[in-house]
Design a protein around this ligand. Structure first.
Ligand SMILES: [Zn+2]
Length: 323
């Protein structure tokens, strides 16, 4: 993994404070939220990966982009967000779901969580974002640990599932500025998932309850984790990119408006492994396989572009900042 971004500036490692570990087994009442699969953003499915590769998450088809609409209505605010030099430090609530004690049961050690925060800080250096670990919770709950059902490749069995609702209702902490990260076992179907910031704003249909907001990761994707080719912590980087409003680099394939970022070349479909020189679209530029928002191996991805940095800063201003 190349820890340098396009700006070649590595973030200083932030101070880490780990709160009291808690075991939560409080029963929670299930509710019936608006099923994400029925909303304006369609969770279109999970792409089939070649042997030995895992899709990072599921695909969404976006009929409109709430950020583009916000920028059109807030020109000066959007320009200020794009030019801002200040770094936003995001508090992280890290929730470990474990089957039992020990790493085979998903009980990720504090040192590995600290390394994951370091990976995030290195990856986002130069984008205007940094991450500060605020608290770690540990929950022994075998049912939540196996978070995806047997039909795991179908987004209906993880997005908005009863397990996700119960887990997040019990553990989600904070507001729109707080990053909640959950680790569990997601199997071989996918590495993680996140929700887009406007899913909670009403800018994209009925808003989801805030407790859905956050990033779910397979515990084996953390730095030093057991996943071959996906054990350097870049699943978190990719999912936090979504949490800050980025789409995949292959969004809309070779067609406009692509991923709605000007400096990421068009790409027809997800790139897996590390296919150097891949060029799937007639438009200028080879596929952005080294971008964190593609599907390549952790060792292959190393950058966000300046345009993605601007999009994340504007997304923060529009949909996450409490001012
Ligand atoms: Zn993704």
């Amino acid at each position: 993994m190349n820890l340098l971004t396009r700006w070649s500036r590595r973030a200083a490692v932030v101070g880490v404070s780990v709160g009291l570990a808690v075991a939560t087994t409080t029963p929670v009442t299930a509710v019936s939220p608006v099923a994400p699969s029925e909303r304006c953003t369609d969770y279109a499915g999970v792409v089939k990966a070649p042997k030995g590769a895992i899709p990072r998450d599921d695909l969404v088809s976006v009929k409109k982009d709430p950020l583009v609409e916000w920028v059109a209505d807030h020109r000066s605010q959007a320009a200020a967000a794009a030019d801002a030099d200040a770094t936003v430090t995001i508090p992280v609530q890290f929730h470990v779901i474990r089957k039992e004690n020990g790493q085979g049961g998903g009980d990720v050690p504090d040192a590995q969580i600290a390394e994951q925060i370091d990976v995030l800080n290195a990856a986002f250096a130069g984008t205007g974002f940094a991450f500060d670990l605020e608290r770690v919770t540990r929950t022994t709950q075998p049912e939540w640990f196996n978070l995806i059902g047997a039909q795991g490749a179908d987004p209906r069995y993880f997005r908005g599932s009863g397990k996700e609702v119960k887990m997040k209702q019990a553990l989600h902490t904070g507001d729109s500025e707080t990053l909640n990260i959950y680790t569990a076992s997601l199997g071989q179907f996918l590495l993680g998932w996140a929700y887009l910031p406007w899913d909670f704003s009403g800018a994209n249909g009925e808003p989801l309850p805030r407790y859905f907001d956050g990033v779910v990761l397979d515990y084996r994707s953390l730095p030093g984790g057991a996943f071959t080719n996906y054990g350097e912590g870049d699943t978190a980087t990719h999912e936090v990119g979504h949490w800050l409003g980025l789409y995949h680099t292959f969004q809309n394939g070779c067609s406009e408006p692509g991923d709605r970022v000007d400096d990421t070349p068009y790409e027809a479909s997800p790139a897996f492994q590390c296919p150097v020189g891949r060029d799937t679209c007639p438009a200028e530029g080879v596929d952005p396989i080294t971008n964190f928002m593609d599907y390549t191996y952790d060792a292959c991805m190393s950058e966000f572009t300046p345009g993605q940095g601007v999009r994340m800063s504007q997304t923060w201003e529009a949909f996450r900042s409490l001012g």
